[in-house]
Structures are given as C-alpha cells and as structure tokens.
Design a protein around this ligand. Structure first.
Ligand SMILES: Cc1cc2nc3c(=O)[nH]c(=O)nc-3n(C[C@H](O)[C@H](O)[C@H](O)COP(=O)(O)OP(=O)(O)OC[C@H]3O[C@@H](n4cnc5c(N)ncnc54)[C@H](O)[C@@H]3O)c2cc1C
Length: 256
C-alpha cells in the first residue's frame, strides 16, 4: 500500500473560500456540537489544520478559526465547537440548511507523515479536535506509529468523542489513552468513585509520569502535539524541555 506523505510546502493544500450549507448538527456533550459540511470536490487538508468561519451578513469580515475534527478520508468536514461567546452563540441558533462561509485549510500543526517516531497528543476539552483528526486518519490509514493521548475534561459527560476514542483504542493497539477529569467533585458519588482514570488538570507531574511510563527505552523522541488553554500548553512545553525533548518536537495550537 502506498504510504501517505506530508506534502512539500509548495504542494500543501491551497486555501479557498466558499459558501456552504450546514448538513447536520451532532450533539457531542452539554455545550459542544459538531457542525457537519460536505467537502468541496478536490478540496483537502492535512489532519491538524483548521478553517476560518464567516457569517458575512451578521458579522461582516469578522471570523473565527476552527480545527477540522474529521479525517481527510471522510466526505465531510466536521467542526466540533464549544458554546462560548459572540460567534458560537450565533451558531447555536442555526439549523441544518443554514448558510456558512468557510475559508481554508490553514495551519502548520500537523504530523510529519514521512517519519515513524511515536506521537504524544495532549488535549483539554474541545482542544481534542485537531488531535482527533490525526487519530482518526492514522487509524484508518493503519499508520504504524505509537500514540499516547492524554485528554482532560471536566466530568465524564464532557468527554467529547468518548465512545469513538474507546473504539479507536480497541481497533488500534498503537493507541494508549489516558483520561483525566478536573471536576469530579461535581458528579454524583457513585460515578465519582467508579471513575477509573486520573483526576486533576494536566500538570507537569502528570505529563512526566505518563510519558516516562509509556516511552520505550532508546526509541527516537516522540513528537508532541498539545491543544488547549495557554496554561496547559506552557506546562507541557516546560516539562517536555525538562525531560530533554528538543524544541522542534514540541508543537502546540492555542485556541484562546
Ligand atoms: C487555530 C484555532 C483553532 C480553533 N479550533 C477550535 C475548535 O475546534 N473548537 C472550538 O470550540 N474552538 C476553536 N477555536 C476557538 C475559536 O476560534 C473561538 O475563539 C471560540 O469559538 C470562541 O468564539 P466566540 O466568538 O464564541 O467567543 P468570543 O466572543 O470571541 O469570546 C471572548 C473571549 O473568550 C476567549 N475564549 C473563547 N473560548 C473560550 C473558552 N472555551 N474558554 C476560555 N476562553 C475562551 C477568547 O480568547 C475570546 O477573546 C480555535 C481557535 C484557533 C486559533
């Protein structure tokens, strides 16, 4: 089978702007929805890239960036979005068939497909979106690289893509997933007591412990991709540097 490779800079997918209809809305968690669109013919992206969203009639030239959560193999572009402020409140009023303007793909937050080293994915909440595209695509393409995903959410019902992540873990023995929850004190006691994962925010200590356990002795350094709030990304970078990771193996996408 021919292996997918990372395109050279000049061959990277070219950004276009187009108007499209919202095909489907998928409820993912209490405040996260996936908005699904058809992929324009001939258009593609690299897992980890994002598009800009516009509603010119409402916000003029103002836009917001959204990482693509689906795999490039999918016929759809899935944007998985958390309800937050001005733009997202507008999105929550929209129905299937509404008109959206997208522009992209953009971004350099993606794996080098020409390499074989391991990959560490560190995500919080909706920061899973670019990491999910990487995981989906790598599983479909049977990419022979080990993945460690450290994923933080508030409570069990906030875990976006929970079932699918479990399925990926079963289907792809190269994938190890470590969940951590930050607001277990807000859930009923039986659920809290039964939670099998870690507790607390993704900290330097947590990363250090998980990476040290998972890392194979003598293996080439894993490439690290982090996506989430700035504080988490700062701890991530600090601890990876402290563990001896070269700066060029540490990548992050800051959502806000
Ligand atoms: C490359 C890139 C990819 C992104 N991908 C996604 C994605 O896949 N899914 C997604 O939901 N968002 C994503 N975002 C964030 C998105 O672009 C918007 O910032 C977000 O949807 C909020 O927009 P808003 O207009 O609703 O809120 P605003 O009215 O813009 O919110 C006000 C302020 O709150 C901050 N903020 C926004 N959201 C949060 C939050 N959840 N927690 C804390 N502070 C916040 C912002 O810095 C902003 O200044 C991405 C951002 C970038 C740069």
């Amino acid at each position: 089978m021919e292996r997918p490779t990372t395109p050279r800079k000049r061959d990277r997918p070219r950004a276009i702007k187009w108007e499209t209809e919202l095909l489907e809305i998928i409820e993912e968690s209490p405040d996260v929805k996936t908005f699904r669109f058809e992929k324009p013919e001939g258009w593609t992206f690299i897992p980890g890239q994002f598009v800009m969203v516009f509603f010119p009639d409402v916000f003029g030239k103002k836009n917001r960036a959204y990482s693509i959560a689906s795999s490039p193999n999918s016929p759809y572009i899935d944007l998985t979005i958390k309800l937050y402020g001005v733009f997202t409140h507008h999105m929550w009023t929209l129905k299937e068939g509404s008109s959206w303007t997208l522009r992209g793909p953009y971004g350099h937050f993606y794996m080098d497909m020409n390499r074989k080293n391991d990959i560490i994915l560190i995500g919080a909440g909706v920061g899973i979106t670019p990491l999910m595209s990487m995981l989906r695509w790598s599983t479909e393409e049977k990419i022979d690289r080990r993945f460690l995903l450290i994923y933080s959410n508030k409570t069990p019902r906030d875990i976006v893509f929970n079932e699918e992540i479990q399925m990926i873990q079963k289907a792809n023995p190269n994938v190890k997933v470590v969940h951590t929850l930050t607001r277990l004190h807000n859930v009923p006691e039986p659920i809290r007591d039964a939670w099998p994962g870690l507790r607390g925010r993704i900290s330097a200590d947590m990363i250090r412990e998980q990476v040290s356990e998972w890392q194979k002795e003598g293996a080439e350094r894993a490439t690290v991709f982090g996506c989430g709030p700035a504080a988490m990304l700062t701890s991530m970078e600090e601890v990876m540097l402290e563990l001896g990771w070269p700066k060029e193996e540490i990548h992050y996408e800051k959502f806000w």
